[in-house]
Design a protein. Structure first.
Length: 323
């Protein structure tokens, strides 16, 4: 628990666990407002009466939320045009949240688009006039485990990681893949859940089906450990490395915990861990949070600006509803 104790030295107990209102109205840009993380961040900012500008190639022109008290506008900008992006970053924002992720349509291009995109974002920020908080949202694979190696470097990643997931999280992944139109991936996850259960269950039917389940898991392992499949996670690690060592501008890098779930419950409760190889946030690799509560943590950082030049994560309550 050393990790959590150290962060308590610089953060009040209340700011670590619950959202607090701020008297100052902020102007905040969200790069990538349409993704599952970006949407929750925009909603949280608007609910706290902040003015939000959505930045992307095709950002939503309007924003509808039952809790809106702030204002929302949109600006079209291409992440891969760093000059235009630098100008967009130079428009007097109090803070910028970077929720960029490469499009998921073609796995063979994920790594290239992710690395190039984050490199352009870094170049644009350093060339811009922005001086306030810059919060980058990355991936769980960058978190360090008990052996001080990052999650993405663990044996048989991502298959070995998936195999430890509780059934409820596997089902969440299956449903959300289906919701996003990823039919193949949704069916693959359903097959993975069946095969894992069949291998581990006792009984006559499981005994008969076990050889087929093992064949499926063998194929699943090959798929889940391929470079293309884990490229979304490895490009996020490169994004972190791009920022490490940068001191010209304030930045902070958030890696979600091992089980990130959207369409959950906003409890306003979370716990912060700073992650380093010397003091890994092991608890976070094994726990989760709802996107809604992670957005609370992100907006708290936007308002308080206490984790500059840190790689951090946060956990919160899950399993409060369907998942």
């Amino acid at each position: 628990m050393k990790n959590f104790s150290s962060i308590l030295l610089s953060l009040s107990r209340k700011s670590c666990f619950t959202a607090m209102a701020t008297p100052k109205k902020l102007k905040v840009a969200v790069l990538g407002p349409s993704g599952q993380c970006g949407q929750c961040v925009v909603n949280e900012l608007l609910s706290r009466n902040h003015d939000v500008v959505g930045l992307s190639r095709n950002p939503p022109k309007t924003w509808t939320s039952t809790t809106n008290t702030g204002s929302y506008t949109a600006e079209s900008v291409d992440v891969f045009d760093d000059s235009s992006l630098a100008r967009a970053f130079s428009k007097g924002y109090d803070a910028i949240v970077c929720s960029y992720a490469p499009p998921l349509g073609d796995f063979s291009k994920l790594y290239q688009l992710g690395v190039e995109g984050h490199a352009k974002i870094k170049t644009a920020l350093l060339a811009s006039d922005h001086k306030g908080p810059f919060v980058v949202i990355g991936g769980a694979g960058s978190l360090h485990c008990a052996d001080r190696r990052q999650l993405v470097d663990q044996p048989d990643f991502a298959f070995g990681w998936w195999y430890t997931w509780p059934s409820q999280h596997v089902e969440y992944m299956r449903v959300r893949a289906s919701d996003h139109g990823a039919t193949f991936f949704s069916r693959f996850i359903g097959g993975f859940a069946w095969a894992r259960q069949t291998v581990e269950k006792t009984g006559l039917l499981s005994t008969v089906l076990r050889p087929f389940a093992r064949l499926y898991l063998r194929w699943a392992k090959k798929f889940l450990t391929s470079n293309e499949t884990i490229s979304l996670i490895t490009q996020s690690r490169i994004a972190l490395r791009l920022w490490q060592g940068v001191t010209e501008k304030p930045w902070t890098f958030l890696s979600p915990p091992g089980q990130l779930r959207d369409k959950g419950v906003r409890t306003g409760q979370y716990r912060v861990y700073v992650d380093t190889a010397e003091d890994p946030a092991v608890e976070a690799t094994e726990r989760g949070i709802y996107n809604e509560d992670m957005a609370v943590a992100i907006v708290d950082e936007v308002e308080k600006n206490q984790l500059n030049w840190k790689h951090w994560t946060c956990t919160g309550p899950i399993d409060l509803g369907r998942w």
